[in-house]
Design a protein around this ligand. Structure first.
Ligand SMILES: NC(=O)c1ccc[n+]([C@@H]2O[C@H](COP(=O)([O-])OP(=O)(O)OC[C@H]3O[C@@H](n4cnc5c(N)ncnc54)[C@H](O)[C@@H]3O)[C@@H](O)[C@H]2O)c1
Ligand SMILES: O=C(O)C(=O)C[C@@H](O)[C@H](O)[C@H](O)COP(=O)(O)O
Ligand SMILES: [Zn+2]
Length: 379
């Protein structure tokens, strides 16, 4: 491992604060923190009872430790378990969870604890945001993706037949406890998927971080200090953006680099295991760079560098890397038209003038995007 970035060096344990006035909260990052989760929750939410929302995979691996920690801190807790996978971010699963929380007579002061990846976090967060118009909410993320991205910033929600994350709310947690030891049980394909969102922060506005990842990607995958540094640097980047623009009136849209294409690809593949979210983002970021090259904004060398890095991390970078049927441009365009960044009917994309030089491009012509996708499908 080379010396990490001076500005991004993190200790074995780190705390990042998301500064949002009276709704500010800490992200605790480090090995073994799940055992401290109960005490940390009790300190912030005295007297709260807890309902843990998790999925079947995570329940078998990390639930006992969390329950023990909550119980040791005197926090009564019960558990609701959903099926793993993106399909659980649905109206029917949401409705089911709401029913259980209400039947249990949990009150506004009680806490919904999300234990799992981004699916559980988004879903549980939407339950917390909406039951009794808002309960307390704590995130205990167990995937790389959730530790560097989805547990931070308060985007919660579910998918709709019309597209990804189309129903939801901005609702911040009171605390995030990211136990990096929980990543030791994560399948390698899921780790790589989360890595796409790590690389995203470099590509948005931190070319030094991207350069460090190019040099030290293997150390990040191996674990230890490099991984904790990468997670802490990612959380710091996201916390900065969220503090500046909580509800995506402007600069927060940069966090959507690769997502307009990526979400369309996820929708077109039926929110299935054919393409995980981070994988869609990896293809989408490569497409955002290639589209930027096509629009004369970015050098082909930078787009190649992005593709080479993500490919080396084991990620798909082109539509042809996605298993299964070839996707139709018409379907992708229909999904892209549902993107939440669409303004007065025109498309908004995050494009790039180079690595670490991303920007929000409004009024992108749909015909230009469709012509680009026709070319992409030939690759
Ligand atoms: N709210 C946000 O800001 C935000 C940001 C990025 C992504 N997201 C959303 O997050 C979701 C993707 O999250 P994800 O990649 O974490 O997927 P996920 O929640 O589906 O988790 C991936 C898989 O890993 C399993 N798993 C989780 N933790 C594990 C562990 N420690 N060991 C073994 N298995 C484990 C899960 O059961 C699941 O099968 C998408 O729905 C995406 O839209 C939201
Ligand atoms: O936090 C944000 O803002 C992001 O855009 C982070 C993304 O990685 C994440 O996938 C988010 O859920 C996408 O949000 P959406 O508003 O495009 O649905
Ligand atoms: Zn994402």
């Amino acid at each position: 491992m080379t010396a990490p970035l001076a500005a991004s060096v993190a200790a074995a344990e780190d705390t990042v604060t998301v500064a949002l006035g009276e709704r500010s909260y800490d992200i605790l990052i480090g090995d073994g923190l799940i055992h401290r989760a109960g005490a940390e929750v009790a300190a912030r939410l005295p007297g709260a009872r807890a309902v843990i929302i998790t999925d079947e995979n995570v329940a078998g691996l990390h639930l006992a430790a969390l329950r023990e920690s909550l119980a040791d801190a005197g926090i009564e807790n019960e558990v609701l378990t959903v099926a793993p996978g993106e399909a659980s971010k649905s109206f029917s699963v949401y409705q089911d969870l709401v029913g259980h929380v209400l039947e249990a007579r949990l009150e506004r002061g009680d806490v919904v604890v999300a234990l799992g990846g981004g699916v559980v976090g988004d879903l549980a967060g939407f339950v917390a945001a909406t039951v009794r118009r808002g309960m307390q909410f704590v995130q205990v993320p167990t995937t790389l993706l959730a530790q560097v991205d989805s547990s931070v910033g308060g985007k919660t929600g579910i998918n709709a037949p019309q597209g990804k994350n189309l129903v939801g709310a901005f609702y911040q947690p009171a605390l995030v406890v990211a136990d990096t030891a929980s990543l030791s049980t994560l399948p390698p394909r899921q780790f790589a998927s989360g890595y796409a969102e790590v690389a995203k922060y470099g590509l948005i506005d931190d070319p030094k971080f991207f350069g460090w990842l190019e040099r030290d990607r293997e150390a990040v995958f191996a674990g230890g200090q490099a991984r904790i540094s990468a997670i802490a640097t990612s959380c710091k980047a996201k916390a900065r953006v969220v503090a500046a623009d909580e509800r995506e009136g402007g600069v927060r849209a940069l966090l959507n680099l690769g997502h307009t294409f990526g979400h369309a690809l996820e929708g077109a593949t039926g929110f299935s295991d054919r393409l995980f979210h981070g994988e869609g983002v990896a293809v989408g970021m490569c497409q955002a760079f290639r589209f930027s090259v096509r629009m004369g904004l970015c050098s082909p060398g930078d787009a190649d560098r992005v593709e080479a890095h993500l490919k080396a991390a084991g990620l798909p970078t082109r539509i042809s890397d996605i298993p299964g049927d070839v996707l139709a441009v018409e379907r992708l365009m229909t999904l892209i038209a549902q993107d939440k960044k669409v303004t007065r009917g025109t498309l908004t994309f995050v494009l790039a003038r180079g690595i670490g030089k991303s920007f929000i491009a409004r009024d992108i012509a749909a015909d230009d995007v469709a012509a680009f996708l026709v070319e992409e499908l030939k690759k």
